[in-house]
Design a protein around this ligand. Structure first.
Ligand code: 3PG
Length: 306
């Protein structure tokens, strides 16, 4: 059996070593494709792979067609919007993710971006503090929960809205559960996004919602760029001189925002949320173990396609 790590953005070496131990310990072969620049390299590499570990790498119909021996793809991370699930199912391939394994890393970056923004991007001018500010966590999954924990450490007043998580579960963490998204945006000066990119959420963070935010509004996105309505984002920047946006996923109109609103906008040059040794080790080794378990026992616990 051959397991391929196919990561455009490589794991830390220590994580690759850990994955190797799990894979080779099970008697399988490990192949590594990192920092590939052309899709052809990916298509060639998957040709004889039985299992693939990926990150945000695009796994589409063409990849499944090229991977004739493929049984399983594990996305070492949370979001699997980069995998064509219908094509996977049609090809008889199991797709899994590794929920929660990189959540703390993303949450720490979200708070780091917040500090950076409220301190005016360290430009030497007097900023503000997070202590006592209201933060609204939009979606209370693994990352949202970690953001709540860290934000409480900063002395922030934490609220959350999640369409699928029960209020009593949120409240058990000492977080105020709000009943609708309008209440979250209407009451919190800092909003941290943790929604996945789905048909329902794409473009859903729009002018109407962002206009509800109180004075001194700060929007932090460590989720997906697709959830933002980018034209509306420009409108909000123009309408509200108090509005700031910091993100770990540069929008398509990054150059425009940089040019027009340099004091109120920042995007990391490359998505960095999950890019820590710890998160790479946690997610990478979980992915390797899930593959071994699936190949040896058929365990499909973390399967995300039908
Ligand atoms: C995730 O969905 O797990 C995060 O967005 C991390 O993505 P990455 O593995 O490409 O850094």
């Amino acid at each position: 059996m051959k397991v391929l790590i196919a990561t455009d953005k490589p794991f830390a070496k220590v994580a690759v070593d850990g994955i190797r131990q799990v894979v080779e310990g099970a008697g399988y072969e490990l192949a590594l494709l990192e920092k590939y620049t052309e899709k052809k390299q990916l298509l060639d590499a998957v040709a004889d792979a039985n299992a693939i570990i990926i990150r945000s790498d695009i796994i589409d119909q063409e990849v499944f067609a090229a991977a004739k021996k493929l049984k399983i793809v594990v996305r070492a991370g949370a979001g699997y919007d980069n995998v064509d699930l219908a094509a996977a199912t049609a090809a008889g391939v199991c797709v899994m993710n590794t929920p929660g394994q990189n959540a703390n890393a993303v949450a720490e970056l979200a708070l780091g971006l917040m500090v950076y923004a409220v301190r005016n991007f360290y430009n030497g001018t007097s900023g503000t503090e997070l202590l006592g500010k209201k933060i609204g966590i939009h979606a209370y999954g693994n990352v949202g929960r970690n953001v709540a924990r860290v934000a409480k450490g900063f002395g922030m007043n934490v609220s959350a809205y999640d369409a699928f998580c029960r209020a009593d579960v949120i409240e058990a963490d000492g977080v105020k559960a709000l009943c609708c998204v309008e209440d979250l945006y209407g009451t919190c000066e800092v909003i941290s996004l943790h929604i996945p990119a789905t048909a329902e959420t794409k473009g859903s963070i729009n002018f109407e919602l962002l206009s509800k935010m109180p004075k001194g509004a700060l929007l932090v996105n460590t989720a997906r760029k697709e959830v933002i309505n980018e034209a509306d984002l420009v409108k909000v920047f123009e309408a509200r001189p108090d509005f700031k946006y910091v993100t770990d996923i540069a929008p398509s109109n990054d150059a425009e925002l940089k040019a027009k609103f340099p004091d109120r906008y920042f995007a990391t040059p490359k998505k960095m949320g999950a890019q820590t040794s710890e998160a790479n080790i946690n997610a990478g080794i979980a992915a390797a173990k899930q593959i071994v378990d699936f190949l040896q026992t058929g365990n499909e616990k973390f399967r995300v396609n039908k």
